[in-house]
Design a protein around this ligand. Structure first.
Ligand code: FAD
Length: 325
């Protein structure tokens, strides 16, 4: 048990840090425990573009829109937060039309097919937040420290330890929930992301595909750098960068944006999207003071602020239940 702490959040990815910020700014004394440094979380391997993707829950759109309102405010100070509002194109190949963007995307217009890269037949132009995750995770940690919270990196928490960590415990361990919650159906969908120098790109490009395994194409400008993707491999637990995947991503992106021809990879990040049939958010059945918040698949950044608001309400319920005992 951590003395002098109201809530222990396990996990320092985007889910854990956002919950920790919400809780600390609401006056709770918060400690974050993580098995990895911020740079080594899945969250740091995200592109990241706002948009619920490879994530299932009937409240996903609601959480995404709540997060969008926060990201719009954070985009007012991109140097500090890493969040920028950007215009770009989502395009589909012949036979697989890109659907019109849902609520939240701004300035939505249909693209003239003649303006699309080779191999694409239809698409939409719109404006959404892009988030530079390296800067953004550091920003969340800074904001948490300002609110009196703390992040510690150390040994993984075990399933036995989890309920004993504090008066209220929030489980934001992403794929790590697999060991903390035996039998949970969470599984990885591997994704690769390349960081390259920005040759002057200021609009994003995203391929709309059918979410099947394999390769896809996205180009996300983040100031001096561009994030290039991507890949999708179900149930692949390896986080080893593969040169063949790197070259395939570079080729696809250069075809979509000729200014990327010949760019060199500065960093090859691999992340395992924590995918579940449904996001798990709610109190544990056996230990009601443990609140779960994991399984956000390919949309954890997009849903982060909405889910954290829900966790804040759930921790309030948990605290009241404990006091009544
Ligand atoms: C290539 C790629 C691109 C993506 N693009 C986007 C995008 O554009 N937009 C978007 O919204 N999402 C995107 N995602 C998805 C997004 O990255 C995830 O949904 C999100 O990062 C999940 O965050 P999390 O905090 O729940 O988990 P994680 O980031 O995995 O963090 C889990 C934390 O829990 C800790 N932990 C785990 N087990 C234990 C334990 N036993 N004890 C202590 N600590 C533990 C870890 O150390 C880590 O700190 C992308 C993902 C990938 C891989």
């Amino acid at each position: 048990m951590n003395r002098g702490t109201d809530v222990v959040v396990v996990g320092a990815g985007v889910s854990g840090l956002t919950c920790a910020v919400r809780l600390a700014e609401a006056g709770q004394r918060v400690l974050v425990r993580s098995a990895h440094s911020l740079r080594r979380t899945t969250s740091c391997a995200a592109g990241a573009i706002w948009g619920p993707h490879l994530v299932a829950h009937d409240r996903a759109e609601h959480w995404a829109l709540e997060s969008l309102a926060v990201f719009r405010c954070l985009a007012g100070d991109p140097a500090r937060t890493g969040v920028r509002m950007r215009t770009g194109v989502e395009a589909g190949r012949p036979g697989l039309p890109a659907p019109e963007p849902g609520p939240g995307a701004e300035n939505v217009t249909a693209c003239d097919p003649a303006t699309l890269p080779p191999g694409f037949a239809n698409g939409w132009r719109y404006r959404v937040p892009l988030i530079d995750m390296t800067r953004y995770l550091a920003y969340l940690a800074e904001r948490l420290a300002e609110a009196g919270g703390e992040v510690t990196v150390g040994e993984p928490v075990t399933a036995t330890e989890l309920p004993r960590l504090g008066p209220v415990v929030v489980n934001c361990t992403g794929l790590g929930a697999r060991t903390l919650v035996p039998g949970d159906p969470i599984m990885p969908i591997r994704g690769d992301l390349l960081v390259v120098r920005n040759p002057g790109i200021d609009t994003f490009f995203v391929e709309h595909d059918d979410d099947s395994d394999g390769l896809t194409t996205y180009i996300l400008p983040q100031g001096d750098h561009v994030m290039l993707g991507g890949s999708r491999r179900t149930n692949d637990w390896s986080t080893n960068p593969e040169p063949a995947v790197e070259h395939a991503i570079l080729d696809r992106c250069a075809l979509a944006e000729p200014r990327l021809a010949g760019v060199r990879t500065i960093e090859h990040r691999v992340g395992l999207r924590p995918v579940r049939p449904r996001v798990r958010i709610g109190a544990d059945e056996r230990h009601p003071h443990v609140i779960h918040n994991y399984g956000h698949g390919g949309g954890g950044v997009t849903l982060s602020w909405g889910c954290a608001k829900e966790v804040l309400a759930l921790t309030g319920d948990a605290t009241r239940t404990i006091r009544q005992r």
